[in-house]
Design a protein around this ligand. Sequence first.
Ligand SMILES: [Zn+2]
Length: 826
Amino acid sequence: MRRRQRRIALLALPALVAGVLVTTGPAGADPTGSTAAAGSGRSQLENQEQARLVPIKLAGADMLDKVVAAGFDIEHGLKRVPTGIEGEAVVTAEQVAELKAMGVEVLGDDVAFEWSDEADGGIQGAAARTVQPASHEATVRIARADWFTTKGQGFLYVEARTTEGQQADPIVEMQLENDSGKRTSFGFARTMSRFVDSGQYMFHRNLFKLDARPNQIRVTSSTGGVTTGVVSDWLEDAPPPLTENRGYKSDFVDGYRHPQQLYSRAKEIARQYPDIAEIVYLPNQTNGYQRKAQATIGGTGQAAVVVSSAAWGHEGGNDVTVEFVDRPGADLPLAAEVAGKAVRVLLAKDASGALASTATEVADALRTQSQGLIDRSHPYRTNAGTGIVAPTAGPVALTDSLDQKRVGAPEGEVPRGPVTIPVLRIGKHRDGKKPGVLIQAQDHAREWVPATTSLESAERLVHNYRSDRETKNIVDNTDVFFILSNNPDGANYSFYNFASQRKNMTNHCPDATADPAQRNSWGVDLNRNYRVGSGHDGYAGGSTNCVSGTYQGPEELSEPESKNIIWLVEKYSNIKFMMSVHSNGGQLFWQPGAYIADGRITTPRPPLGDEAFYWQSASRILGQVKAHRETVVTPENVGGSSDVLYSSAGNVREDLYYTYGIYAFGWEVGGSVYNPATGNWQGGSFQPVWEGDPNLVSGHAETMEYANGITEMFRVAADWGKDKKDPTSKLVPGNGKYRGPVDVRFETNEPATIYYTTDGSRPTLQSPRYAATEFREPGQVFHVTETTTFNWFSVDSAGNIEKNYDPTKNDKRNNYRTATIKIDKR
Ligand SMILES: [Zn+2]
């Protein structure tokens, strides 16, 4: 261990810090379970290690051509001078020597870096102006530099880090410049935005509107770091969607669908297409679209009594009346009498004939003397109930308020009571041998587009199975499970009563928050109710307050809706992919999705192979979304959800990925679309107008475009299931003699995770895993200063191991990869 540390120093120390949590590794890393993943598909970046801005002078255009052809980055600020051409090179110390060997004159002190006035646009801070020694470790790295277009407008998204980003005094500023295409100079200097989350510096990031596609960007920090990076395309080259195939049928859903409609259509599909579809019923019924009948009566404040029926409203609770009666006379005791469903509380009188029953006393009498009609009765909120209760004008009817329809609610009665949720299962071979994909929509009740998007995706599968070759390929090679609404109780409440309902209908609230004025706030956030990285474990983003929008429930998996998901993935262990479909925001997420706020300790980061596979899948899925009407989910909204949005403790994705090794995506469909008429992004909503401007926010358009993306996820799963090809990898540079320290890194031909050793031992699954320099960045760089042998193997996202090496037993062939970096110190 010692020895290895002495010989190999990681350039990017933060990667070590971030790596500490990954030591146990998620289930997804076990290739024997065919669940490991890997990948590429990231921005291609270069010159990221300790490059500096060095002023140079070239003898003339010939030398300029030669130097550019050799790959040097000297395209900024070139100017003719009487004796040649002056400019600046972004170079490492080694490259300075090479430039000199080519005859380039290095101006000034070549081991130091000084800010030029030109590069100083907008950056404040005196420290930045001082000369930095060559050993200065201030480093800037570019995590992403993405170009995309939407509706005729170009955008550049940049994410860059400085190693000194956490520094508070002074705060390190970063400046971005871009060129305007190959062989154009850098310019357009802008100050970047520093992104800090839970007290931790994340990176600097910005989205800029640009008319011309840049070839390179340059980022400089106020502490002397500088780097350049090549701009990558984001979703620019997506193939045409299946909807453009000849004869392909789509556009089946013509309006929002409440749960009864969704489930009845799911069952109808199973009847119509019995060869490829069936219904799987989830075992735990929901707690129901139902409530106790209630009223708050007897006065206000300390005199108020909150009354709840023992029976559900639709099962008799709504028939109960409660009356507080003022009888003539004095010295009368408190009593209650019941006739049918009418409860009369005879209020007490004191010796002077004044009313004398407190709210607490009346509440007690209702609970004990109502012959079982009232089982919950208490003072209002946190009051002690010391006020004297006033008589009512007559009988007060209790109500569950579910018959109070909101404006615009659909016609018809809503079935009350618990619901059995049907899962629509589509696949030609539903024998557990094909990769399963779980599409889980509408955990959150008010999110109506996820349900229509999922239904549209299902319709496309069954209607095109016989006529479209690519659809047949999906249905023949996957096993898809659609939960069209995983929160039917809450969804009914959202459709019929309270449009903004998010949670389910379960009331776990104590007396202090159980009065009917709180009824729109009860319920459990079903996407905070799971077991990994949960609020109960101390992770952030789930609330213990039962009236909070993110209430996590009294315990993990307290709710039938979340229990069902666990049941499903345990029963159908071929489920390897899952999409938790939400709205709105235009985001695509995976792990990590939660962190402990103090120190911002996330759930373990997926191995590099999984991370790369997620990115690769994301660009396929989002490319198909874009293909419909050029809606772009921007790269700043893609990745680990706690990195790009917020921590959501106890979400379903963390549980399915870490417990079962399922690639678990979260999706926020809908969201902003760019409006070229105004030059601004138009924000989305939970229930956008169904048929709006087809180019702007519209439920119908979102359903169609995001159904493209779900369909692509099926193709990702089908491809994954057919992937029997071993990955290949290499060390760059590889075997050889080097005259001094050398920087090396691994490359793979597809998303793959690398396990390696540097002490000569055979690599196993317990060996160190090749990691990212930092999250959202490419693989780390090893600075090798002494002769070192790397032994390694790679595992792809489908679990195939390079050269069929078996890391779990002593494989006599020793069929792993090896390379020796020989350092000659002469
Ligand atoms: Zn949601």
